[in-house]
Write a protein that binds this ligand. Structure first.
Ligand SMILES: [Zn+2]
Length: 234
């Protein structure tokens, strides 16, 4: 076995506890461990094309182990299709080269109230089960002298959604990116989402939704939060 295979086996089989929980329990309870998406230092040492080739082969093995007949015309193209979808679409936000380029403009109108972009629909995937998280993000900021195009708010949400995610991290990653880009602490992000790993499996709860929020700078006041929620609910 290659070194990398041995390392992966050790990691998968590890019974080590974190705060008294096994890794299986942590994943099922959707606890999250940090702001940054955990990536290997050499994550981009191989090209997208090579990643797609390797994923296709590995996914074909998963299907084969499950007993699916890959010689069937309907299944034959699936491994390559899944590999392309992973790298080019649903997990494209892992690669910093896909980060939206954001241009800043002067706040010519001197608009100094909060700007809210609400109901941004996104599709993400839970990093613990690799099934969809479907939700809406509401983002808001108060200009520190610069503004960005409205569609960029949407694109920043989509970029971070296109990763294996947990909702808390998605919320914070969007907020910190906006704070950095807009050079202000005055940023708020609210996410309201359904997790298919909760509705289609596990506890099979079809009605619950998860809400997470980030209130930075001026948004850290009950008045501002009430104002923001008023805009979102209208
Ligand atoms: Zn999950």
């Amino acid at each position: 076995m290659k070194d990398q295979d041995i390392l992966l086996n050790t990691l998968i089989e590890s019974e080590e506890l974190l705060n008294g929980y096994t890794h299986e329990e942590i994943g099922d309870d959707h606890l999250f461990t940090g702001l940054e998406t955990p990536m290997k230092p050499n994550a981009f040492a191989i090209s997208d094309e090579e990643k797609k080739e390797r994923i296709a082969k590995l996914f074909a093995q998963i299907m084969d182990v499950m007993g699916l007949d890959l010689s069937d015309d309907s299944l034959r193209g699936t491994p390559k299709r899944v590999a392309k979808m992973y790298i080019d679409e649903i997990f494209s936000g892992l690669n910093p080269k896909n980060k939206p380029k954001v241009a800043l403009f002067d706040n010519k109108y001197r608009y100094n109230q909060m700007l809210v972009e609400k109901d941004i629909t996104f599709y993400s995937n839970c990093e613990h089960h690799f099934v969809p998280i479907i939700g809406k993000a509401h983002v808001a900021y108060v200009s520190s002298g610069k503004v960005i195009g409205l569609s960029k708010l949407n694109r920043i949400v989509q970029y971070f959604a296109k990763r294996p995610q947990v909702q808390e991290r998605l919320t914070n990653q969007i907020a910190v990116e906006l704070q950095t880009t807009l050079n202000t602490q005055d940023v708020a992000v609210i996410i309201d989402a359904k997790h298919l790993c909760v509705s289609s499996r596990g506890v099979k709860d079809n009605t619950s939704a998860t809400v997470t929020s980030f209130y930075g700078g001026a948004f850290n006041s009950p008045d501002k939060i009430a104002e923001l929620q008023n805009y979102i609910n209208n």
